[in-house]
Design a protein around this ligand. Structure first.
Ligand code: SF4
Length: 398
């Protein structure tokens, strides 16, 4: 279960729903039997949902497919919790720290918090050995002190702030990261950029709109891009557009690139017309955005009823591919060894129960073909094969 953390700043406690009883005041069609199941699941996996999302995005209808993404449900019990997503990293990464995740020589991801204002029921991290709590100034200093003296720092192109949600931490944390990024960049010839992964503008856009302290911190941090986690057309609200505008207008120059990414889920967004509708709604706002990743369901976390086969995900990409390049996402297959990107017409060959994929760095990955979630499935089904690709400098850390 994710640890309960402090309520983030700029959040009225009433803005977050944390019990099924509270939820039923917004969604009264939840029956007693459903409430009992939800309560039992919530005792294993923490439930938290911004009131905005419950009132504005969810329908008071038991058949609303978004319920399964946002409300506790029995499908979550099938997750064995064996995923160790952050365990596979470069052997010679620039920094050794549990919050510094580096699968590629050019990119590091910082887990700045394990808090999100809402908790996705499919979260691939909720059951894992993620570093708990919020990053401290001391931890930021530890990481950046190492980075500033690492010979590997000049290979870095990007530092991603992720979590949990980086926009849910106190602004002072972001200001301290900004300070250390400026220092780090003074030691390299080529700028290392910052990207922020966030779902806050969907969950709880009011935390961003008009939040002066957050704005000041982000102005100093000056991210080059935001990757917004938006899953469904109904999640594209007027408030989401306002939050995007607020984030974009912070910069006087080098305004950040706005991108979206989302997992694919059977019965929710596994149709190109739904995804196109979502992109159209994003495009109707005042900020230009670029669809970035279409994410094939994670091996763990994804509820069994939502899992797709790889050919099914590829078919969705094919149906989206005949469009301007600015409107076509990349289909990525997440594996612990890194992201594998496949094209719309790439031939998938069954090599005896698995497809042979490659990460962006060329690390070969045997990807199990099994179409449905198998509780016996373990990471052994996605082994690293360094003997196939000797340059695959990947280690199992942590
Ligand atoms: S926004 Fe991301 S990190 Fe937060 S609960 Fe959802 S999937 Fe997990």
């Amino acid at each position: 279960m994710m640890p309960e953390l402090e309520t983030p700043v700029h959040t009225a406690p009433a803005d977050l729903i944390t019990s099924i009883d509270q939820l039923r005041t917004v969604l009264p069609t939840i029956t007693d039997a459903m409430a009992a199941t939800m309560t039992a699941i919530a005792q294993r996996y923490t439930f938290r949902l911004p009131r905005f999302y419950a009132e504005k995005i969810l329908l008071n209808d038991v058949n609303d497919p978004l319920w399964a993404l946002a409300l506790p449900n029995a499908g979550e019990l099938s997750d064995t919790g064996e995923e160790r997503w952050d365990a596979f990293q470069l052997a010679d990464r620039a920094v050794n720290h549990p919050r510094w995740i580096q699968k590629y020589r050019y990119e590091a991801l910082l887990r700045v918090t394990d808090f999100c204002s809402g908790l996705c029921r499919y979260c691939y991290l909720k059951n894992r050995d993620v570093t708990p709590g919020r990053i401290s100034h001391q931890e930021i200093d530890d990481m950046f002190d190492q980075a500033e003296t690492s010979p590997k720092r000049s290979e870095l192109r990007e530092i991603i702030l992720s979590g949990g949600d980086p926009l849910a931490v106190p602004p002072a944390v972001l200001e301290h990261v900004a300070l250390r990024m400026q220092r780090l960049n003074r030691t390299v010839a080529r700028r290392i950029t910052v990207t922020i992964h966030t779902r806050e503008p969907v969950w709880y856009p009011q935390r961003i709109i008009g939040n002066t302290a957050l704005h000041q911190a982000l102005k100093k941090l000056s991210p080059s891009s935001y990757i917004l986690h938006v899953v469904h057309p109904r999640e594209v609200t007027t408030e989401l557009h306002q939050a995007m505008l607020a984030l974009t207008e912070l910069a006087d120059s080098r305004r950040p690139l706005m991108m979206t990414q989302h997992p694919l889920f059977r019965g929710i967004n596994d149709d190109a017309s739904i995804i196109t509708d979502m992109y159209d709604r994003m495009d109707s706002g005042p900020v230009v955005f670029k669809p970035y990743y279409l994410i094939h369901p994670f091996p763990d976390g994804t509820l069994p009823q939502h899992r797709l086969t790889l050919p099914e995900s590829q078919k969705i990409l094919r149906d989206l591919a005949s469009a301007p390049g600015t409107r076509v996402p990349l289909l990525t297959i997440p594996t612990p060894m890194g992201k594998c990107v496949i094209g719309p017409y790439e031939q998938l060959v069954d090599r005896g129960g698995y497809y042979l994929l490659h990460t962006k760095d060329g690390v070969p990955v045997q990807y199990a073909i099994s179409p449905h979630y198998d509780p016996a499935e373990t990471r052994v089904h996605i082994p690293i094969m360094p003997e196939v690709h000797p340059s695959a400098a990947v280690s199992k850390a942590g």
